[in-house]
Structures are given as structure tokens and as C-alpha cells.
Design a protein around this ligand. Sequence first.
Ligand code: BDP
Length: 701
Amino acid sequence: MTRFLLLFLLVACTAKADDGYRLWLKYDLIKDAAKREEYARSAQFIAVTGNDPILTSAANELQTGLQGLLGKTIPVVANAGTRTGGIVLTVAGAPQADGQKGAKEGYSITKKTANITIASQSGAGVLYGAFALLRQLQTGQSLNGLSLVSSPKIQHRLLNHWDNTNATIERGYAGESLWKWYELPATVDPRYRDYARANASLGINGTVVNNVNASARFLTAEYLEKVAALATVFRPYGIRIYLSVYFPAPKVIGGLKTADPLDPDVKKWWADKTREIYKLIPDFGGYLVKANSEGEPGPQDYGRNHADGANMLAEALAPYDGIVMWRAFVYKADANADRFKAAYEEFTPLDGKFDKKVIVQVKNGPIDFQPREPFSPLFGNMPKTPLSVEFQITQEYTGFATHWVYEAPIFKECLESDTYVKGKGSTVAKVVDGSLQGYKLTAIAGVANTGSNRNWTGNPMAQANWYAYGRLAWDHTLSAEDIAAEWIKMTLTNEPKAVKTITGIMLRSREIYVDYNTPLGLSRPWAGVHFAPEPWQEKSARPDWTAIYYHRADSIGLGFDRTATGSNALAQYSPEVQQKWNNVETCPLPYLLWFHHVPWTKKLSTGRTLWDELCTRFYTGADSVSWMQQQWAQVKPAIDPEIFADVTGRLVTQQKEAIWWRDAWVLYLQTYSRQPIPAPFKKPERTLDEVKNLVHIYQLR
Ligand code: BDP
């Protein structure tokens, strides 16, 4: 009796509080009984033919999902036979999808009178289809006449984890690394499987498990066994493992005198190492490399270039189905150069020189994951080299785990940017999905925001960024709004008014952040670990790590002149793009200070002067966080109390910090503009020295 009571209490308590662990795969009982009945009529059994382990995952996931959503155990049977009213999983035939490239992983879901059939050419495709069917139920769609066909537009859809051997995560804000290296391979945390399920539900099919600032230890026999244990968990979910490599590994752990990519012993070392890896992990995905970047060693240390380094690794991978992802995130410490131009200058001369197994991984913008950047000029300008795009999901520059910033608009803005390299419509998305320049090898990477926190991402709302990245990696044509609504329904609530309100907050959140953080094209005003404002920062280990290098405030105005009268970085873009951004009169305001040094008194298209416009943005941005709070307060009845309270608390912090950003910027810039804060805004209650002191204290250990 007591045991029964305890069990009851346990179930009652867990049913109530939501700790966020289940992400968007909640599978809570559908409240509407009629709807449940309608779904149940079409899901009386799950029939699986074949014993592909991924098919088993698909059947298991459907069974788990339907159990939760419908409150019934749906039997899994080996063959539908003459039965009707069930779900049939089958690996056969080609889905009639858009584009051939992703066809193998594509799926079709069709509901004929007899059964719902989920078909694909691969087990992974069936798994993606199973998740798509569950999504239909989770978001309350009708199954009548259901006919879905979908194929991924990009071949390799990866998360990049910047995780270290000691459990820390570079730029991680949700606890420690998910990977418990010290326990692996003997102990395998069940959470690894949930990680794989979540990714597979989005169509993510690869993961780089360690930091790009890589430790050579990951290539030791000891660590490879640990990595192999993870690969074993991920494999049934269609997820391949990749490793970031430390370029001088042959020296550090191989005992060689050099890591010169053209040295025969070095080549042999990599070939042997690669063979060792494939013995343990037959479906190993390949290598990610950060070389000659921010102090990381690379081929240039031996007088070689990026292509020499990448091709050497490609050669080692030649016998296998693996690739090299070589990052283009490079810039030299030169006070007179423009960091904006560095990647283009170093990489475009190498176009056509890379092995066919190499893809060059380019950050979305030319600098470094700022809240808003123009697209990188490399896109479209290396027609003979496959390029992938790297986005940052973890919020290094968008307020860590306290600021609510929905990132789909950041990703979309880049993907939809027109490079004009082959005329109008030559979007970054078409460069990346290979359709514009005919690349066969295609990839996309997102720097993960996951960690050991129970809810995975620290801020529960940041789960949406993982979700949105994955959905866009599969299909970049989806809209930020549709993805938001879908995520909310699966994760927070199905109540229509609340869905609308939360979608509204999410869609404005990035613009609000930009307004109080880096409006009108400002960038990189960070102190220390990229959290606090320090636009006055003028000393650092390198000139291009100071704030003044980027904003160039002086008595005349503000902004970085990248036109022909300045660094001429604009010349790296197509003439049509140059034309859009070249003229200070017509340059869109979001990019204004990226490309122009604008006088404080200059009248902008809004009718306000630069100074007044800046103040307006800083103030309305900070005020808009109160709007977010009010909106959030309205959805309280529709949201789990634990999640509601968590987000409410984070918004309080966000508001405080938004005002901090506003005050830091306006008080500092005022020392140059020498103008009052325009009405109706009130001048900050603190002085510049007070804000500086606050930042100083913040940076103390
Ligand atoms: C910067 C991060 C740094 C990363 C680097 C990279 O601050 O921690 O190592 O990007 O992408 O934004 O390599």
C-alpha cells in the first residue's frame, strides 16, 4: 500500500513539473479525446519489414511517441499482412522528392485507405519519416489525405561541439560537456541516446564531438575507444561521428620531428591513424580542422598552405567514406589590415586546389558570429571548391543563457542573402546546398548549445535554436515563423493564443537584442569573455581584439569605412552587392556602420541624425525587453510552472543587462558625439565611470 502510494506520488509529481529534459519530444497525452481517437484509428499497429537497426529505432520511437500521445501501447509487428489501419515502415523505392542529392535519406509518408506508409531508400530516411509523422500528431494536424515527401537539401548536417577532455565546453553556457570522457567507454550514459534521438528528429546526421581548438589526446588509442563507444550509441540513429584534429598531432603524440603535410612520415602517420580509427568506427565521418587560426598551428608553420594540409588528410581518408572540413576562420594580427578581408584573401587563391574530399567551412559572416553580420564574401567566390556554412547556435555573442534570442532569423538572413555571383537569386543557400555551382559534396555546421544541464541548453528557450538549426539544415526554405510555431507546439503549449504570443516574442527577440547591443551595424564591443559591454576597450593582445578597432568612433562620426576610401573590403563582393552597400545614402541601416564611417549629424532615412537614431535604438531595444516580459506574463496559464518561472527569471536578468548595454554605449559614444540624449529618452542614471567600474569588477576573478 505504502509502495503504491509512493509510486502514485512520484508519477503525480513528475507529471506536473517539466524540467525540460524531453525537449520537443515530450509526447504528452493529447488532451482532445476525439483527436486521440482519430489518430488511434490510423495507428493500430506498426509494421516493420527488415532488420536494419535504424528501422528498429524508427519503430521504437513511434511506439514511444504514440504511447505518450494516445495513451495506448501500439504493437510492433513484423509484417502488416492483410491488416489495415496501421503504420507500415518500409525501405524501398525512391521518394519523389525535390532534388536528387538527399534522395537516399528522403522519405515519403502516404495515407491510403489501408495504412499509413513511411517509405525511404534507407533506414535513416524511415526514421526521419517516423519523426515527421509524430510531428504531425504533436502539432495537431489532420492525417486525412496525408501525403508528405521530403528530402534533405544538404548532405552532411552537423553539430560541432567545442568540448574538451576535461569536461569544459568552450563557449558553453549549459553546464559541462555531455560526454563523460572519464567514464567512457566502460560507462555509457543513457543520455547519449536521448541526444541522438533529438538530433535524428531534426535530420541531423553527424556530430563533431570535440573542440576545434583540439587536443591531440582525442587521437590516442585511449580516447578513440571512448569516441567509438559514442559512435555505437549514435549509429542506430543515423548519426556519424567526426573529430576535430590538432594539426601537429604526429609530433605531439606520434613522436615525429615534424607535422609538415608534405613529409612522407607525416603522411604515413595520418594514414595509419585513419586506418586505426576506421577499424574502431567503420562509419567514421571525417576530420574538422582549425589551422593557422588564432594561434592554432597548421601547414603554414612549414611553409605550406591550407590546401596542402587539407589534401594530406584527404589522402589519408581516401580508402574510406570520410571527408575533411577545413575551416576558413583565419585572420592575422595586423593593425593596418581589415580582418573582414582576411579569409577571402587567404582562401580564394586556393580555389580549385583542394582534394574532392575537402569542403571548406566558412562562418556565416566575415568576422565572427556577431549578432548581425553581412554574409561572408567567400560564398560564391570559390566556384571550384565546395563550401559549407558554419553557424553558432551557442550564444557566445547573443547574451549567453540569459538573453532570449531566437536565432532562426540570423540563419535565414545569411542563407537568403544574394551573392549575385551568377546573377540575381544566387543565394548563400544555393551555394551551400551545391545547386548554384554544382558541388556534389555539401555540408552545414552549427556550433552546439548543449551541455550537462538537465534541460540541455540552460535557457529553456534556447532549445528552439538547436531545433531551428536542425530544421533549416534539412530544409533551408522553411520559415523562421513556421519553425517557431512548430517548436512551441511540441515543446511548450498547443494553446493557439499562447502559440501566437510566444511566436511574436521569438520573432522580435533577435532584433531587440541587436538594438540594445550592436545597432546599425556596430560589432564586437565585448569585454573579456564576450558577455559585458566594453566599447571603450583599446588595449588587448592584438589590435583586432580591441573594440575601438571595429567601431572607429571619433569626433566626426562612427563606423568602419570599408568602401574604396577605406579598406575596400566591399570589393570582395559582386558588383550588385557593392552597389547595395557602397553608398552611405542608400546602404540599408542594419549594415550602415559595417561599411561606412558616418558623421554624428548625418540625417538617416528614418529622418533622425545618426546620433539620435543610435540613442533611439539603444533605448527602445532595452525598453522592448519589458515588452517581452509583459508578453511572457500573458502566457502563464498555458505554460508549465517550472519553465514559466525559469524564463521569467531570465527575462529579469536580461532587462537589467540590456539597460547596462544601453548605458555603456550611449555614455561612451557621447564623449565623441558631444550631444544630449534626445527626448523623450532620459539620460542614464549612472556615469560612464560607474559603468566602466561595473565592467571592471565583472571581469575580476
Ligand atoms: C570565436 C570564439 C573562440 C573560438 C573561435 C573559433 O571566441 O572561442 O575558438 O571563435 O571559431 O568566436 O575558432
